[in-house]
Design a binder for this molecule. Sequence first.
Ligand code: KMT
Ligand code: NI
Length: 179
Amino acid sequence: MVKVYIHDNKVDSDYRAPHNSGTELSLDELAKLGVIYKYCANEEEVNEIARQREYKNRDVVNICEGSFKSEAEFNEKLATFYQEHLHEDEEIRYCLEGAGYFDVRDASTPENWIRCLVESGDLLILPPGIYHRFTLTTSNHIKALRLFKDEPKWQAINRSNQADSLPVRKDYIALINQY
Ligand code: KMT
Ligand code: NI
């Protein structure tokens, strides 16, 4: 079961630490950011969601130090995932093993991050245009299923003025303003 809370915004310690400010959020509050959480007991349940939402591709990522050629490559990958970014497509991630943190930007207090701790069985649906980032926990391992609407390719657009003015970003702002 996912755990959702406001990140303490402290940058002076390991970003893989929990950084729990002590303020938890409900799944309803998370849904107001357009983020949907589901627990899936098995991959069949994930397949059903993928079918309903017309997903065409997927891959499995195994992120731990041993799965990269060098420590430098591992650190580089983590740095990429931890860069604040958005996607033009919806992002579905299903945690198969291990754990990870998906941080999504709060809408009412945009300097805040909402941290979602996912573990085995947790599935998150991030809407197109939401700014987010990802990192491991101190256990340093996640195996996750990544679902792609179309191209089996991970395309991230880092936060910038240009990203802010993309139609997908404007659509996202319009979406959350309805809640
Ligand atoms: C993303 O878009 O931030 C990711 O796909 C992170 C890696 S999935 C565990
Ligand atoms: Ni992403």
